[in-house]
Design a protein around this ligand. Sequence first.
Ligand code: BTN
Length: 306
Amino acid sequence: MTDQYDILRKIARGEAISDSKFHRRLVDEFGLEVTIGDSDLRLETPLELLDPDRLMKLIKPAAQSQLSRLDIHWTLDSTNRYVLDLATSAEFHGYACLAERQTSGRGRRGRNWVSPFGKNIYLSMGWSLPADQPLDGLSLAIGTCVARAIASVSQVKVNLKWPNDVLLNNGKAGGILVEIAGGSANTRRLVIGVGINLSLSSSDAGSIDQPWSVVENVSRNELVAALVTEISTGLDDFSQLGFEPFRGAWQALDAHEGQEVSIVSNDFAQTGISLGINELGNLMLETSEGVKVFNAGEVSLRSASR
Ligand code: BTN
């Protein structure tokens, strides 16, 4: 019997399916922008779905040895939420969770993360670090891993916006959301969520309230494998050496050093010149009242020109 996932695979390949009520409901549910023919439906641009066998071949052995498991879900509310719920599972550490779409993707500061089907990357990894390991700079370190992964599978060179936005042509192409899943006397469990935009239609992007961009012409499977490889090996380095080995790479990609920026949170804003990051990954801002240092926490940076 053909199930809905076989049909979704067929649609993703760009094959026509008959124009039935069931198929229309399916394409609506998954937000697929199909062209309607005389008696069939089809996608103009095929989608590259994630393929677990291909991914396992592409992920480098050093990273494979760090993974407890890798799952690809057709649909989840949020890959971060899913991995947070596995906090007490024996497979939590090294669990890589991917979804073809998210219905309630989470962004920083309570924002929604737009997550259409089959186009972008939604990845969360469960990781345990020693409880006494300082977390300063962790999300910045992940940003350098993401930039390295993108550069390894494409010609694209992204920049990083403090603390952890991935920028391309001044628009946000990716974001990182680190959440704490709990812990014990010895370990702290973290969920590292990464979203990368590869393709957004105008209707996908309609609800994005900031400049956005996409990393084009890249294979989803190759980029996921590169991300899992870089993030797993990066987390291993971070657990042993902290932020220091990542600092130079982050500084080299800093989109705003030397520029006038504003640091904003829900209840305050501070403008100044960015002096870049210190050894902990905190942002140093030259203000009219002297140099102030900001911790990533709940603040964001805005270009003063916007
Ligand atoms: C940001 O706002 O910059 C962070 C965005 C993080 C989005 C990713 S997509 C995979 C993972 N699951 C989520 O719900 N969010 C993160």
